[in-house]
Design a protein around this ligand. Structure first.
Ligand SMILES: Nc1ncnc2c1ncn2[C@@H]1O[C@H](COP(=O)(O)OP(=O)(O)OP(=O)(O)O)[C@@H](O)[C@H]1O
Ligand SMILES: [Mg+2]
Length: 253
C-alpha cells in the first residue's frame, strides 16, 4: 500500500500561563491510500490536536506532515474535517443545499443542476434520501452527522478527518452510523483518519489503530486490526481484538 499521508517526528506543546504543556512528541506513522486509521487514546492524549495539525488548522512545533508528497502548510479542501458537534450544517439551508453550497464555492460541477445531482448521490450513499428538502432542525443528531459526512464526501477530499463524529449519539444509532461509514468508505475508496476514545468503535472501523499515550505523549503502539469485514461485536474473535487494544491502553493510562 503506497503512503498517502506521512507524519514525521511531530512535536507539539502549548503554553499555558508560564508553563509549557507538552502534548505530542516523536509522533511517526504513515497512512496508506484508501486506508482507515483510528487514533485512539484517553482524554487529553492529543488526538484532536494531532487531527487539527493534519487538517492544517494548527502548526507543529517541529516535524512534518506530508500528503501526497506535499508538505501540509494550511487547510485546503483536500482535507475535510467532520466534528462531533451536531451543529455543523447551515441551519437556514435545506440538507440538499447544505451539500450543494460548498460544491459551488469550490467550483465543482458545471451547473447548479449538476451539483444538485452530485449532492443527491452522496445523500443517498449515507441513506438520507427523502430528507433532501428538510432543514437541519428537522433532523435527529444521527441524521445531521450523516448530512455532514455527505457534504464532506461530495467535495471528494483526499483525506477525510473525523473527530469523534458519533461521540454524542446513543449506542444503537452509533452502530448504524459506523456500518454506514464503513460502506461509504468501501464505495468511495476515501482515506480516513478517525479519532475516537471508544475501543469498540476503533475495532469495528479501523484497518490500523494508532494508540496515543497521555503519559509520555508518544505513540504507545500501532495495532493491525486482523478481523475480517464486515465486523460484528458478536464475532467470537471480536473480544480478543478488543482485549489486545485495551491491554495497550491499560498499560499506560
Ligand atoms: N489551543 C490550546 N491551548 C492550550 N492547550 C490546549 C489547546 N488545545 C488542546 N490543549 C491541551 O492539549 C492537551 C490535548 O488536548 P486534545 O484536545 O488534543 O486531547 P484529546 O485526546 O482530543 O482529548 P478528548 O478525548 O478529551 O477530546 C490537553 O491537555 C488540552 O488541555
Ligand atoms: Mg478530542
Amino acid at each position: 500500500m503506497s503512503s498517502k499521508l506521512e507524519i514525521k517526528a511531530l512535536q507539539k506543546s502549548y503554553s499555558q500561563g508560564n508553563t509549557c504543556l507538552r502534548v505530542l512528541e516523536a509522533i511517526d506513522f504513515t497512512v496508506g491510500q484508501g486506508e482507515f486509521v483510528c487514533l485512539l487514546g484517553s482524554s487529553g492524549s492529543g488526538k484532536s490536536t494531532l487531527l487539527r495539525m493534519i487538517a492544517g488548522f494548527e502548526t507543529p512545533d517541529s516535524g512534518e506532515i506530508v500528503l501526497d508528497g506535499q508538505p501540509v502548510t494550511g487547510p485546503t479542501a483536500k482535507r475535510i474535517m467532520v466534528f462531533q458537534d451536531f451543529n455543523q450544517l447551515f441551519p437556514w439551508k435545506t440538507v440538499l443545499e447544505n451539500v450543494v453550497f460548498p460544491l459551488k464555492m469550490k467550483r465543482i460541477g458545471a451547473s447548479d443542476r449538476e451539483r444538485r445531482a452530485m449532492a443527491a448521490v452522496y445523500l443517498a450513499m449515507v441513506k438520507l434520501e427523502g430528507c433532501e428538502q428538510c432543514y437541519p432542525h428537522q433532523l435527529s443528531g444521527g441524521m445531521k452527522q450523516k448530512a455532514a459526512i455527505a457534504r464532506a464526501l461530495a467535495l471528494q477530499p483526499e483525506l477525510l478527518l473525523m473527530d469523534e463524529p458519533f461521540g454524542s449519539l446513543d449506542a444503537q444509532t452509533r452502530e448504524v452510523l459506523q456500518q454506514t461509514l464503513v460502506k461509504v468508505w468501501q464505495d468511495t475508496g476515501v482515506t480516513i483518519v478517525f479519532v475516537t476514545h471508544d475501543i469498540q468503535e476503533a475495532v469495528i472501523l479501523a484497518d490500523r489503530i494508532v494508540i496515543l499515550s497521555k503519559n509520555n505523549h508518544r505513540i504507545r503502539e500501532i495495532v493491525q486490526n486482523t478481523l475480517n469485514r464486515p465486523r460484528d461485536p458478536g464475532d467470537p474473535l471480536f473480544p480478543k481484538m478488543w482485549q489486545e487494544v485495551y491491554g495497550m491502553l491499560d498499560a499506560t493510562e
